[in-house]
Write a protein that binds this ligand. Sequence first.
Ligand code: BDR
Ligand code: CA
Length: 311
Amino acid sequence: MVSVPVVLDCDPGHDDAFAIWLAAGDPNIDLLGITTVGGNGHLEHTTHNARVVCTVGGIHGVPIAAGADSPLVRRLTVADDIHGASALDGPVLPEPEVDLDPRGAIELLRELITGSPEPVTVLATGPLTNIALLVRTHPDVLRNVREVVWMGGSTGRGNVTPYAEFNSWVDPEALSVVLGAQVPFTMVGLNITHQALVTAEVLDRIAAIGNRTSEFAAQLLKFFCASYNTAEGMPAAPLHDPVAVAMVAVPEVVASVRARLDVELRGTETAGATSVDLHDKLGREQNATVAITLDVARFWDMVENAIRAMR
Ligand code: BDR
Ligand code: CA
């Protein structure tokens, strides 16, 4: 298989770290660049963390650029209850050995997408602010976007409010802009990422790989599982973001359906909730692919192999 050219927009974040390692380490993905957004932490933290994660993994030569520090119209609320004050609490964070690209996220995305001989997949594992800004500022780039694959939303209930998932809730207007752009769109929501649970067996397996990245990764997972246990009573935390990466690398690792996807912008109790019309009750045009079922064993094999490929 020829590798898929990908740009990864993220807000590291524990699970974003695994998304970066999987995107860099899977042979089916050609990681062109990484952009950061305010989400799990403030932009200075998520950007620093992206550089830390690449440093730990020995990922060099992939440009990293900082994007939006706040959502399109709302104030940023970070997820420090899950990710800690640094957004990557747990291990001691080394000084980054990879530089920040001075172009900024939107310009970097524009150049990488328009410069690619093959259409590029935009993978997003945070609020969609940067992607909405790209769509608004440079709509022409969409001609060379194969699809947007986003970890966010849910076919059911939420995780930050009863109805809204975090990435959707932080910037629902950005999701609305991207959905309105008529670009092929895939949602990898909580309904599937809650199948990727970091059990004790998974943690042991990652720790047993025995390289620097696995040691760092195991410390991240311990912190992440402890946070989820406190916040949601889930000692085996769902490792959301790499599920979206796995689906791009190996589409059959996920079973999906086509459906109508909309986002609630004005609800008094439901802002940021995704409306996924799985049974076509509304009779509207289907505008999204929605990931439903994960091949869990294959997913963890992919994560393990990618971490093994790091240093
Ligand atoms: C999503 O929100 C963030 O906390 C995670 O990194 C993931 O992208 C899960 O709701
Ligand atoms: Ca994320």
